[in-house]
Structures are given as structure tokens and as C-alpha cells.
Design a binder for this molecule. Structure first.
Ligand SMILES: Nc1ncnc2c1ncn2[C@@H]1O[C@H](COP(=O)(O)OP(=O)(O)OP(=O)(O)O)[C@@H](O)[C@H]1O
Ligand SMILES: [Mg+2]
Length: 332
């Protein structure tokens, strides 16, 4: 999120975010997580893996562990889902990297994702600054040692599709072997949580052993007919939470289809556009406003600078607009 919410406001009467009531509403909306089908599956698999591992530890058994691979397009909500998972399980699993025991540690795959770079980035995430020149296998020995010292049960690699980018076949296999090795029966096996774009499927499926050790979860794209009603309910839910009214034009499934199209059928983007539209409405007209389609149109314009003909909330024939191209893939 790089654009500040203030920038989204350019209505006539600008009530800035300095208004504490408005600021509180916006903060609340932005922190609200809407549980999805994929999230529930993620939570279930995670609990199962965590229970198994705790039971093994209690009995002093070390067996191979399993992990999770969460796949979805950009903006589907992968990183947010993992953040929510960690937040919801704060009481069950230590996840503060500042503390000695850190049972869940997350990082973004660096580029280029050579074995050595990924190892060094993992050490850094563990609070063990590393910029030495040892070879990949030596760095990974250090990683394994640190993971054991910190009692780490899960290692989350975000943007894991990058593990295959700009790599020779040999390097790619070395990375896959290293990941597999982490979960294998050893003194301290660590469960992997990989999140990434659909290309990640190819990396995982390239190695049958790795695939077998990971439970796959996919964040499905929205479907214009199947999800229209739940999208209407979602927008209503957000307005209710904000304590503002909603105009009738937003209660129709045809609006829901425009919104899904504008969000390129990705749930996360859709939630983000809705939160920003409510922010736009209340910062420009106050909390007595009723949310209208024009607020969505303004947010889409602010994010893309698109002319009306390329704005899914304005154009008559919106289905021909390639929303992702118009938005330029930027995350606001
Ligand atoms: N379940 C949810 N409830 C509410 N908002 C959500 C939800 N999931 C995602 N979002 C919002 O959607 C936006 C995009 O989500 P996120 O960054 O997690 O996507 P991503 O799949 O990790 O994308 P990328 O591949 O580009 O990193 C964020 O603004 C996030 O707050
Ligand atoms: Mg992400």
C-alpha cells in the first residue's frame, strides 16, 4: 500500500483523515479480514500440522513433516491470509522474530533465488545477519542450525514462484532439494509454507516428493455469476461496519459484476477497492454519506488515471476493459 488514503480524496469538501472518527473507521476497515473458503482450508491444514508436530515433540519423535502451498494470482490475498493465520494463532505459536523462540518465521524469496541467496535471506529473517561468502550448502547448514536453536516449526516463503526465475535447471533442482531436505526426517524438521503465483505449481509438481509433502490450497478467482450475490453482501457488510448508508444502485448484481471486473476477479483486490471507496466517500463527504458507484469510479480513476471509457464503473460495455492492464498491476 503505497498511496496514502489522503491522496484518494479529491471531492469538493475534503474532510481529511485528521478527523479522528474518520481515521478510526478507516483503520478498522483496513484491518478487517474477511475469511474466505481458501482461508478456512489454510487454517484447518495449519492446525493439523501444528497439532501433529506438537504431539511428536511431546513424545520425542522426529519424523518427516509436511507443509502447505498456497497459490493465487496477484491480489488474490495470499500474503494477507498468512498474516491473518499468524495473528489468529498468536496464542498457539510463537511468531515474534525478536524473541529467542520463534516457531513461525516468514520472508520473501530474494532475487535471484539461488540456494545461497535464499539461505542468506532466511538467516537474516531469523535475525542472524549474514553477508559472508560461503557456498550454498554451508549457508543452509547454518540455516538448519539456527532453525533448531530458535525452535522454528514453520518457515514461510512468500513470492515462492520466484524460486524458479532466472535459474538454470541445476540451480532450480538444488533449491527444491534444499526445501525438501528441510522437511525431511532429521534432527529438526521444519514445515514449509510456500505462497506464490500459479507458476509455483510447476515448481512443486516438478518434484513428486516435494509435491507429496505439501498440502495444496488455491485461492480461486471470482465468478461473475456465481459470486455476484456474495459480492453485494460483502459491500453491504463493509458499509455496515463503517456505519454508513449504501445507495440502492450498489445492491444490484450488475454493480457486483462491475466491481468483480474492476478487481480482475481477485477477492483481495475487490475488498481493497471497496475499503478505498468507502474511505473516499467518508473523507470527501463525511459519515452521513451513502456509498455510491461514483466513489468506486473515483478510486479506480485515482489508481489508474483511466479515462471514463476504460473505467469499469462508468463504461457501458465494461466487460471488454482489461482491468489488470489499466490498473498496471500496481498495488495501492
Ligand atoms: N480476506 C481478505 N479480507 C479483506 N481484505 C483482503 C483479504 N485478502 C486480501 N485482502 C486485501 O487485498 C489486497 C491484496 O492482498 P495481498 O497483498 O495479500 O495479495 P497477494 O495475493 O499476496 O498478491 P501479490 O501476489 O501481488 O503479493 C490487500 O490490500 C489486502 O488487504
Ligand atoms: Mg503477496
Amino acid at each position: 500500500m503505497s498511496t496514502t488514503m489522503n491522496q484518494l480524496s479529491y471531492g469538493g469538501l475534503v474532510m481529511t483523515m485528521n478527523n479522528p472518527q474518520i481515521r478510526r473507521i478507516v483503520q478498522d476497515l483496513r484491518s478487517a479480514y474477511v475469511p474466505t473458503k481458501a482461508y478456512r482450508k489454510l487454517e484447518q491444514n495449519f492446525q493439523m500440522l501444528l497439532d501433529q508436530r506438537r504431539a511428536d515433540l511431546a513424545e520425542g519423535i522426529t519424523s518427516s513433516v509436511r507443509g502447505i502451498v498456497l497459490i493465487g494470482q496477484s491480489g488474490s490475498g495470499k500474503s494477507t491470509a498468512i498474516r491473518e493465520l499468524v495473528k489468529q494463532n498468536r496464542a498457539l505459536i510463537a511468531s515474534n522474530p525478536e524473541e529467542e523462540v520463534c516457531e513461525f518465521i516468514g520472508l520473501q524469496v530474494p532475487s535471484p533465488a539461488t540456494m545461497k541467496f535464499v539461505g542468506a535471506a532466511t538467516l537474516n529473517a531469523l535475525g542472524y545477519p549474514y553477508s559472508g561468502s560461503q557456498s550454498g550448502p554451508v549457508v543452509w547448514d547454518m540455516v538448519k542450525r539456527q532453525l533448531e536453536l530458535r525452535r522454528t516449526l514453520f518457515l514461510h516463503l512468500d513470492e515462492a514462484q520466484d524460486l524458479a526465475r532466472y535459474q538454470t535447471d541445476k540451480e532450480r533442482q538444488a533449491v527444491v532439494n534444499t526445501l525438501k531436505f528441510l522437511m525431511e526426517n532429521s534432527q529438526w524438521p521444519v514445515g514449509l509454507v510456500l505462497t506464490g503465483m500459479p507458476d509455483l505449481k510447476n515448481i512443486v509438481n516438478q518434484d513428486a516428493q516435494l509435491a507429496r509433502r505439501l498440502y495444496p490450497i488455491e485461492i480461486d478467482r471470482l465468478h461473475d455469476l456465481r459470486h455476484a450475490k456474495s459480492v453485494v453482501d460483502l459491500v453491504k457488510g463493509y458499509t455496515r461496519r463503517a456505519g454508513i448508508a449504501i445507495s440502492d444502485e450498489l445492491k444490484s448484481e450488475s454493480f457486483a459484476r462491475r466491481l468483480m471486473h474492476a478487481a480482475d476477479y481477485e477477492f483481495g483486490l475487490l475488498a481493497e477497492l471497496t475499503v478505498q471507496s468507502i474511505t473516499e466517500a467518508i473523507t470527501s463527504a463525511g459519515i452521513t454519506v451513502a456509498l455510491q458507484i461514483k466513489h468506486f469510479a473515483e478510486v479506480f480513476h485515482a489508481r489508474s488515471a483511466a479515462i471514463d471509457g476504460l473505467n469499469p464503473f462508468i463504461a457501458e460495455d465494461f466487460t471488454r476493459i482489461r482491468a489488470r492492464d489499466v490498473l498496471g498491476g500496481v498495488s495501492v
